[in-house]
Design a protein around this ligand. Sequence first.
Ligand code: NAP
Length: 323
Amino acid sequence: MKAVVMREFGDPSVMKIEELAEPKPGPGQVLVEVKAAGVNPVEAYIRSGSYPRRPELPAVPGGDGAGVVKAVGEGVKGFEAGQRVYFKGVAPGLHGAYAQAALCQERQVHPLPDTASFEQGAALGVPYGTAYQALFHRALARPGESVLVHGASGGVGVAAVQLARRAGLTVFGTAGTEKGRVMVKEQGAHHVLDHGDPAHLDRLMELTGGAGVDVVVEMLANLNLGADLKALAMGGRVVVVGSRGSVEIDPRAAMSREAAILGMTLFAATPRDESAIHAALLEGLKDGTLKPVVGRRFGLAEAPAAHGEIMKPGSFGKIVLIP
Ligand code: NAP
């Protein structure tokens, strides 16, 4: 099978196509023929060597994908060959999603309903899992509250907008381009703002009648955290989903609102969190309220270009690789 292999850390060109032997599923494992693989920023950080979690090399990148079950190992009860699935996470070793087949543990695989394409399935695991964990397990967002999805045009942002809208929150979403803002509105945001406009949070305060929002899901905390605190309502919560550096904040802004800054990492999701996430995603996919937006597609050999693209502004939903 063809796979993208990384034999050293470095710039995107370290990812090269190689021919690998197709793995055989061991006990409790599922082999998935990958029809689409999700490209996440974390894979670019890992590839660069700057991320604290470094896999042993050589490695096949990618943990998100969707496709059809090719074979199952001994003891697998929930899946059979031919079934449509998406997966989040892969077995260790040369088994990642940037390949024609990926090897997963059974718990990492989930049924993909017919209402979602394989490309949409590849947009679920990390982005929708992160958005769900941030909104409902960290911020404890409730129907009737308001949320600012600060960076709503990318993979996690679109997921957060759809999940929050589905749960009965008032949704404010930001994007850096007009095209992104139109899409964010179409995905269910009640109001859209331009995070490139220095006055966008003043506009948010106007739109909330000066009250601020209950929750902020923050994609670029190193730029926005200080201002987010001042845009929170009493008892508000900021969930730090993404950050690419440090930032100065005024603690008084948190103090006077009894606000909370909540970090989150999907790596810390418990099995209970995961089962809630995937049950909710299945229902949302089936009833049509969750519809991942796939903006760009690349071939496996174009993985370096896809990694270049994921780090650029002008996001439009999800980037996927088609093996
Ligand atoms: P993505 O698809 O590349 O999207 C990036 C988002 O950030 C876009 O909506 C982009 O908007 C927005 N952005 C750019 N400048 C911004 C600004 N000044 N203020 C607010 N938002 C801004 O990436 P993703 O997959 O959605 O991931 C988003 C971030 O979360 C990344 O940093 C990623 O590493 C992190 N993440 C963390 C976890 C976790 O477990 N903590 C899990 C998944 C992802 P425009 O392009 O429209 O400007």
